[in-house]
Each structure stands twice: as C-alpha cells, then as structure tokens.
Design a protein around this ligand. Structure first.
Ligand code: BES
Ligand code: MN
Ligand code: ZN
Length: 517
C-alpha cells in the first residue's frame, strides 16, 4: 500500500522573518544569500556592510568573469574571517531591465537548491537589492515563493529524506516596505502550492474521491471553512447524471465536495462572492474510449483543478481575504468496466439538458457541466473553473501558460494581470457562436466531442452552455499542472501546483479593488 508524505514541515521551509531596522552580522551566520543583478555591480546597504566584513571578498569575486549574475547562476563563497559569515551564496537575478516574476522564482529556486545540496540548515538572506526595482514587492514574492518551493519533495517510500533540506530562513532587510505582509503572502502561497502538489502527486489508489473529500474536510477544519460532502445517494437524488454516468465504471464511489469561506458575508457587506469549480477526476483512464499507455500515469493528476480549488479556499481563509468564496469539486474516477458509460449513450445533466457521449475520454466537461449548473444557486458575482481538460491546450500554449476562456472581458483582463504578476501566466482564447454550434447534438441537446480542431475552445463552448449569464472564466491547466522534466529549480518533476498563486493574486486584486471602488 502506498503512503503519502503528510508532514508539512518536510515540504516547505519554515520561514522566520526577522526584519531588522539595522542589519548586523555576528560572524556566526552559516550562510548569507546575496541576490545580485547582472551588469554593473551594486552593493548597497547591508550588502555593502557584509562585503566590508568579508574584506571585499564579495566584490572581488562578483567581478570575475565566471560569475555574471545570469538568472539562477549561483556561487558559494567560503570565508574564514572573524566577523564574516562562514559562507556567502551569490545568486544571479539577470538584467534589472528584464526582471520578471518567472525569472525571480527561478533565481530563488536555484539559490534554495544550492543550499540544500550544500547541506545547510539555516540561512540568512539579504533582499534589499530585490526591492529596489519597479514592482520589487511582486518580484520579491516570486523570489521567496521559488525559494521555498524548491525545497518541495514528494515521496511515498518509507525511507524519507528527513534530515534533508533547509529548516530556517532569516530575512535581513533595512527596508520596511510592508515586508511582513509580503513574507506572509509568499509563505502561505508556497505552503498551499505545496499542498496542491501533494494532492496531485498522490497515486490514484491512495487518493480516491472519498479521500479527496477527507482532505477537503481536514483543510476546512484547520482553516475555518464550511465543508459539505455529497455521497453517491445524494448525487443521485440531485440527478447529477453526468457525474453519475462517469462514475459508473469505477469501483470507487463519486463525491461532490462543497467548501464555503465567509458564508453570508457578501449579503452582509456587499463584498464580491466568488465561486471556484475544479475538475476532480482522481484517475482518467479514458473509460471505454481507453487512452494509450504512454504517460497515462500522469492521469492520477486529473484532479489538479479540484486541488487548486481546495487549496485556494484554505489559503484565502488563512489570509483572511475580505471575500465570500465557494468551492465546488465533482470527484470521480473514469474507468472502463461492464457498467461504464459507453460512446453513444445519452446522459441527462443536473440542469436537465442532455449530452450524447461521443468519447468517454471527454469526461471533464461532463462533470463540470453538472457542477457549473449547480453553482447558480449561490448567485456568485464571478465563477472560475479549473480543469486539466484538453490535450489540445498543450499543443496550443505549451506547458508554462494556461488557457483562459470566458464571457466577461473585465474579469479576464484582471486574471491575465494576476498571471503577469505571478509566474503563472494565462492566455486568452476566443469563444463565439461558431464554436457553440459545433457542440450542438444530433439526437440530444449537446455532444461531448466536436472534433480535434479548436479542441480547447469547443470544450469551453460546452461548459458555457451550463453557466448562463454570470461572469465566468474557464482555465484549462492540462499543460501546466505537471512538470515532465523538472527543469525549473522550484518545480521538481511531477505536480507544479499551478493555479494557486494565480488565483490568490486574482482574489487579492478583486478584494482590494472592491475596497477602493
Ligand atoms: N484529462 C484529459 C486531458 C489531459 C490531457 C490532461 C493531457 C492532462 C494532460 C481529458 O479528460 C481528455 O482526455 N481530453 C481529451 C478530450 C478529447 C477526447 C475530446 C483530449 O484532450 O484528448
Ligand atoms: Mn479524459
Ligand atoms: Zn480527464
């Protein structure tokens, strides 16, 4: 039997923020991280003081040709001087003018990995250089997120690497620019991105729909959310025909998870009410329309959308966002079996509309149809859905940018802006009547497959039929939920946790604009 890593301390560095007005060094520091921009060397404030203690060792080394401060380049210097730390880790941020959240997350990740390799347990970090640039606060958040997430490790073997990794990060700064807030936000973002990764990485024989519901309950308990889980009977009573249809082939029963943060707050204060819907397919074999074997293991992560929703709700509660947020996660396993749904079958969804199954592998849009229709009872101001929905999106946008499709340009613009401030970017794809035409059914209202062309858009076109007029955005995260190569230092092979940072930033923007307007 498999066992998942449960101890949160093993996946994320504990960040202890000590912000000192006057940064002092004692000489007992094991290692001090110094981020540097490419180009003309600038050592200011605390970094300058440090260099004096190091008898200009930093300056003279940073000027060597071998260290150019390119993005993520690192150099570990050792000192044996009375007041100098034992080590200084230089980390390159690249050119100041080219700074992006992704470059900074990468640099933070590279520094963090270097420290883990060196066996360091405690590190100090000078961050004033980062704060100097435009949007320095956002870049610092990315740097810290990258730094913390690079320590993420998922393993199901007993012999865990308990002793590995950093334990403590002390941030040294002479600035005060709401640093405590930045640190808190980065820390919570990293923690819940890690939690989402854990859910996605857990094998499907461990993380069944029932276990997903257990996790939702636990998150709710710890963070003060209301959680309600509907079992098969209740799902039957509600006539969620799509969710039931897909669950037919599996031995493990479906669940419909609802999470509620700040229930009733919108009615009281007029704050925005947001509904987040996440695809929760704990394993997608394709069903009777069975997938080929290649990379099928990755389909244990076909609940990544649901993981994002659960973790964003918990994080929003932890950060006390002044919003009302509802999470809906239809959970099911898609398997072939004698009682599985077949191509040609027609199902009646929760809304009463019918869909003909052309491919049982286009299951995500079906269960989302039920969940989206169910969301209307909450009368939200905006709906976002997250789903590893189509292989087509990987062809269209690759593995670092997710697709967004929706019916409200203002909200889409806000989401795109949130993506640009984090390292989780989104790109809008179009949706119009011609695509809606393509999903009209021949013998039923709709069909669940409309050809390979524009596959990401036709999938969204079907979802749109179950949303109505409420502002809605669909995120296809099939390209971004998983890292096959682990090349980004803060994203090891496997789940990326994509979507948590993006959505938290979107909610943060929504909350603050509300307060202004
Ligand atoms: N879960 C898959 C989509 C997917 C593919 C996610 C690759 C992550 C990586 C989805 O259920 C699916 O099978 N989509 C089909 C739809 C097709 C049958 C219309 C696809 O994209 O091939
Ligand atoms: Mn599928
Ligand atoms: Zn799927």
């Amino acid at each position: 039997m498999t066992q998942a890593s449960g101890d949160p301390n093993h996946r994320i560095v504990m960040l202890k923020n000590i912000t000192r007005a006057q940064v002092r060094f004692t000489g007992s520091e094991e290692v001090v991280v110094v981020p540097l921009f490419e180009g003309k060397l600038e050592l200011k404030g605390a970094a300058k003081k440090l260099d004096v203690l190091c008898r200009s060792g930093i300056r003279s080394y940073a000027k060597t040709a071998s260290f150019t401060a390119g993005v993520g380049q690192t150099s570990l210097l050792a000192f044996q001087l009375p007041k100098a730390p034992n080590h200084v880790l230089l980390v390159g941020l690249g050119k100041k003018t080219l700074a992006t959240p992704q470059r900074f997350a990468k640099a933070g990740g590279a520094a963090s990995r270097q420290l883990a390799t060196g066996g360091f347990r405690v590190c100090h970090m000078l961050i004033d250089g980062v704060l100097e640039v435009d949007a320095g606060q956002d870049l610092l958040r990315s740097f810290l997120k990258g730094f913390m997430l690079a320590q993420y490790l998922f393993s199901v073997t007993q012999k865990r690497t308990e002793k590995r990794g950093l334990r403590k990060l002390v941030i040294l700064s002479e600035e005060d620019k709401s640093l405590a807030r930045i640190i808190r936000l980065s820390r919570v973002t990293a923690e819940f991105t890690g939690a989402a990764r854990d859910l996605v990485n857990r094998p499907a024989n461990d993380l069944t729909p029932a276990r997903m519901a257990d996790e939702a309950r636990a998150l709710a308990e710890r963070n003060g959310l209301i959680c309600r889980v509907l079992g098969r009977r209740e799902i039957e009573k509600l006539k969620m025909g799509a969710l039931l249809g897909i669950s037919g082939g599996s031995r493990t029963e479906p669940r419909f998870i609802t999470l509620h943060y700040n229930k009733g707050l919108s009615g009281k204060t007029g704050c925005p009410k947001v509904c987040l819907v996440g695809k929760g397919v704990t394993f997608d074999s394709g069903g009777i329309s069975l997938k080929p074997w290649q990379n099928m293991n990755e389909m244990k992560g076909d609940m990544a959308g649901g993981a994002v929703v659960m973790c964003v709700l918990a994080a929003a509660a932890r950060l006390k966002f002044p919003l009302e947020v509802i999470g809906l996660i239809p959970c099911v396993e898609n398997m072939p079996d004698g009682s599985a749904i077949r191509p040609g079958d027609v199902i009646t969804t929760y809304s009463g509309k019918t869909i003909e199954i052309i491919s049982t592998d286009a299951e995500g849009r079906l269960i989302l149809a039920d969940a989206l229709a169910y969301s209307s009872q909450y009368e939200p101001d905006v709906i976002l859905d997250f789903a590893t929905l189509t292989g087509s999106v990987v062809v269209a946008l690759g593995t670092r940018i997710a697709a967004v499709i929706g019916n409200n340009q203002g909200q889409i613009d806000r989401l795109v802006a949130a993506g640009d401030l984090t390292d989780e970017r989104v790109w809008q794809l179009p949706l119009d009547e011609s695509f809606s035409e393509m999903v009209k059914g021949d013998i039923s209202d709709y069909k669940n497959f409309a050809g390979r062309e524009g596959g990401t858009i036709t999938a969204a076109a079907l979802l749109a039929e179950f949303v109505g007029k409420t502002p809605w955005m669909h995120l296809d995260i099939a390209g971004t939920f998983w890292s096959q190569d682990g090349k980004m230092p803060y994203q090891p092979k496997g789940a990326t946790g994509y979507g948590v940072d993006l959505t938290l930033r979107f909610l943060e923007m929504l909350a603050s604009e509300q307060a202004v307007g």
